[in-house]
Design a protein around this ligand. Structure first.
Ligand code: ADP
Length: 852
């Protein structure tokens, strides 16, 4: 069956047709043979019966009359029937009466019946008597036996059986006949098979051809992958339906393909879009990262710029103030009319007020930038309070208000804390109290607020009977730039920063600040601070620089006589040299000027000096390096210290082998102090400084201090007021002029009687020096040497500002910044502007020279 299943349809169809035809023919042949056999037998039986009947009728008389002969003759008539082999007539007693044996008969039926031919006696061959006995009067009997048919019929007469006729017929022809039929049927079957094969071979195309066509098309489609092809239908039968189904399937595949293609296209477009989005997003992200990086760098640069700005602010703002205050100081030293003195003093007061405001703003920015650090020094609270109240005593007296202080007995004498900041806060509170009080009193109280193991908490109170503050404004007074009343600024001035700075400082020191106030009645500003005891309780707290004062009017002039000192001034800038020299000489000092650290060292090796004022930033060798070198000499016992010790017997040198070195720096930033200390300097004077500050330093370091007083610790100088033109001056020149005349006038004011002409000399020095440096600058810009540009521009900036070429100084400053930030893109253009401005400035300066 499996083999059949695997056959091609063509063969299957042929096989089915052939098998069907064969079965049909076989069936027909069988039916025919069986029918023939039955018909033949029946015909033979009918014939034999008829013959027996006839013979019986014809022989009944002979039987009755026992005429055997007549009976035999009747039987002999059977000769005409070739198929009759034997015929017998038996009497009623079944005795043989007559017989007929055909000539061609093979054997005698009676003999054969009695003696089976094979000798056996299996009973299947009955005795003829038994046959005859079985035949009744009405019936006849048949017996088939080895190709013979035996028929027995009784012979009746008047209803009486008188005998029996037995006829034996040969029926072996039936088998032959049937065989012939079978052979014929076989031939018919073979013929039919051949015909069937032929026909089915021809007709199977009707079925297989569409299928083959369909399968070929399927192969083609699957190979070409072309689903637009359609199979042509040639009939509406099952094959047609199959083709329809296949075509339908192709349509669906095609439409799915279309859909798929559309989806693919859509997907591809989506992918392109998304990729573009992604690329854009990536680009944006990269841009953002770049921007952020740039912003970060800008922020860092801005932070750096801010720090530099703060440093520069110190320079830039204090520098002109130094000029103003220094000159007024010098002016006040000269013979003046009463009116002129008043004017000068008013100008001095205004300049100091301005400097205070500037200091406030600077302080505020420094605190905001986190650049203020809280220091720890040992000091005496009582001294601090006395100092602060002393500052305002004069002002209070003028306003006829009482200024008092009250310090509880249990307040420790020696404390460890930030003296400068404490004094700053206290000064601000007392200053406000005096400022906002027109009658009554201002009291400063200090009491112990609490005490721990190692810490004493002190409460400071400044109570006044002044204008007070409205409840709504009470909380705002500590906010930056805020004043209780808008009219305050108009009436009392101020920036609104003092209390903000105070609060920030107090909080940084771990304390708290507050106010209680009633409008019209007065205010109490208080703050608390924790103080540690100094490491050595027994020692008296050392006084802060120049702060030890009694209550009373604050004297801006030195109270002690300034010793005649031999001072070495190490300062590179000619105008600074002149200003400081002017002040020192006014104080009675002999001044030697060194232009840089190396010259200073050389000078110290050659001569004796009581004190050195050392500018920190100088060419060749800066102040720090020079100080280190000097301290090195001193340690090794050679050089100035040893020589000085040997030849000088007076002043501090007999008590102190170290020569006092006082730093002069225009950088009022944190860290400077530490740098100076680390280099080995003893004290620190921040530019701008006043003549009286110089005097204080001389008193402290060159013999004014009573013997036995411990050397003062190094700390920042007093709030600085004086001017130093070390750096760029932001005092604009008049429109159309490259030089600020006021600065030239300042220089002229330093001129002492007798030649040489200071201004003339300075202009000459400046022009010679600047020509050289400008050439260096040109080379530096050409070679993009940022550090060279920075240094040379810095030097030119300073010199130009000093000589009054302020616009030029500003341009040099810009170039210096470029060098500092190493962004030299605009340097050539800027240099072009500098050259133009320089030509103008030089022309104006040269005009000044013949005149003086
Ligand atoms: P400034 O005094 O420079 O304006 P402050 O921060 O020191 O700035 O003070 C802020 C404001 O607080 C003052 O302008 C004033 O309105 C108010 N204030 C401060 N102290 C007193 C005081 N003792 N009495 C009345 N008002 C005061």
């Amino acid at each position: 069956m499996r083999t059949f299943n695997n056959l091609p349809i063509k063969r299957k169809i042929i096989a089915i047709v052939l098998l069907t035809s064969m079965a049909a023919i076989m069936m027909v042949s069988l039916v025919f043979v069986v029918h023939e056999a039955i018909t033949f037998r029946n015909d033979v039986r009918r014939e034999l019966c008829a013959l027996a009947e006839i013979i019986g009728n014809n022989t009944s008389a002979a039987i009755v009359f026992l005429d055997g002969k007549a009976a035999a003759e009747t039987l002999a008539g059977l000769k005409a029937k070739p198929n009759i082999l034997n015929a017998y007539i038996f009497t009623a007693d079944n005795e043989l009466f007559a017989r007929y044996i055909a000539q061609s008969a093979r054997k005698d039926f009676l003999k054969a019946a009695k003696t089976p031919s094979d000798g056996s006696n299996d009973g299947s061959k009955a005795d003829y008597k038994e046959i005859i006995a079985g035949i009744t009067a009405e019936s006849q009997s048949f017996l088939e036996w080895e190709g013979i048919l035996v028929a027995a019929k009784p012979v009746m007469l008047d209803g009486q059986k008188i005998g029996t006729v037995v006829i034996v017929s040969d029926i072996s022809g039936l088998g032959r006949k049937l065989m012939a039929f079978l052979v014929t049927g076989l031939f018919a079957m073979v013929g039919a098979l051949i015909a069937g094969h032929f026909i089915s071979s021809k007709l199977q195309y009707l079925i297989t051809e569409p299928l083959i066509y369909l399968s070929r098309k399927m192969k083609e489609i699957s190979k070409e992958k072309d689903y637009s092809i359609r199979v042509q239908k040639k009939s509406t039968d099952e094959t047609g339906l199959l083709i329809d189904g296949f075509n339908e399937m192709l349509s669906q595949i095609e439409s799915r393909d279309d859909q798929l293609r559309r989806n693919q296209k859509y997907l591809a477009e989506e992918v392109v879009l998304r990729t573009a989005d992604l690329t854009r997003a990536n680009r944006e992200m990269a841009d953002t990262v770049e921007e952020l990086k740039a912003a970060k760098e800008a922020a860092e640069a801005a932070s750096l710029a801010k720090s530099q700005f703060l440093a520069n602010m110190s320079h830039e703002i204090r520098t002109p103030m130094n000029g103003i205050l220094g000159m007024i100081d010098l002016l006040l030293e000269t013979v003046l009319t009463e009116k002129q003195r008043r004017f000068a003093e008013t100008a001095h007061g205004s300049a100091e007020a301005l400097l205070r405001i500037l200091n406030d703003i600077l302080d505020f920015s420094k605190i905001e930038a986190g650049k203020v650090k809280i220091e720890e020094t040992a000091f005496d609270i009582r001294t601090v309070v006395a100092d602060v109240t002393a500052i305002f005593a004069d002002q209070a007296r003028k306003k006829t208000i009482e200024l008092a202080k009250s310090i509880d007995r249990d307040v420790p004498t020696a404390c460890l804390g930030d003296l400068v900041r404490l004094r700053q806060v206290l000064t601000n509170l007392v200053s406000n109290a005096v400022k906002f009080t027109s009658c009554g009193k201002v009291i400063v109280r200090v009491r112990k607020f609490g005490e721990g193991d190692r810490v004493a908490a002190l409460q400071f109170e400044v109570t006044d009977t002044g204008i007070g503050i409205a409840p709504a404004q009470v909380n705002a007074v500590f906010d930056a730039f805020s004043q209780a009343d808008g009219s305050t600024t108009r009436k009392f001035g101020g920036t609104g920063l003092g209390l903000t700075i105070s609060r920030q400082l107090i909080e940084m020191m771990g304390g708290a600040i507050g106010v209680e106030s009633e409008p019209g009645k007065g205010s109490t500003f208080w703050f608390t601070l924790p103080f540690k005891p100094p490491p050595d309780h027994s020692s008296t707290a050392r006084p802060a620089l120049g702060t030890h004062r009694d209550d009373g009017v604050r004297d801006v002039r030195p109270r002690l006589p300034v010793p005649d000192c031999n001072v070495l001034l190490a300062e590179d800038n000619p105008v600074n040299q002149e200003v400081t020299r002017g002040m020192l000489e006014n104080l009675g000092c002999t001044v030697t000027v060194a232009s840089d650290g190396r010259e200073a060292c050389d000078a110290l090796l050659k001569a004796w000096y009581d004190l050195v004022f050392m500018d920190c930033q100088m060419p060749e060798m800066d102040g720090y390096e020079a100080t280190r070198a000097i301290r090195g000499y001193e340690m090794s016992g050679i050089g100035s210290a040893g020589e000085n010790e040997a030849c000088h017997q007076g002043g501090i040198r007999t008590r102190n082998a170290r020569i006092p070195i006082i730093a002069l720096t225009a950088h009022a930033m944190d860290g400077d102090r530490e740098l100076c200390l680390a280099a080995g300097m003893d004290d620190y004077l921040s530019k701008p400084f006043r003549q009286d500050q110089l005097a204080d330093i001389l008193i402290r370091w060159a013999g004014g201090t009573p013997p036995g007083t411990p050397p003062p610790q190094m700390g920042p100088g007093q709030p600085t007021h004086a001017k130093n033109s070390d750096d760029c001056v932001e005092r604009p020149a008049l429109a159309g002029s490259a030089i600020n005349r006021a600065i030239l006038d300042d220089i002229r004011a330093l001129q002492r009687p007798g030649p040489p002409d200071l201004l003339r000399r300075m202009i000459r020095v400046y022009l010679d020096d600047s020509e050289k440096k400008l050439q260096e600058l040109r080379d530096g810009v050409r070679a993009s040497q940022a550090s060279l540009i920075r240094d040379v521009a810095h030097s030119l900036k300073s010199a130009s500002a000093t000589i009054g070429a302020v616009t030029l100084a500003a341009l040099f400053k810009e170039l210096e910044m470029m060098g500092r930030s190493q962004t030299l893109k605009g340097a050539p253009t800027l240099l072009g502007r500098i050259e133009q401005e320089y030509v103008m400035a030089r022309a104006e300066l040269e005009k000044e020279m013949p005149a003086r």
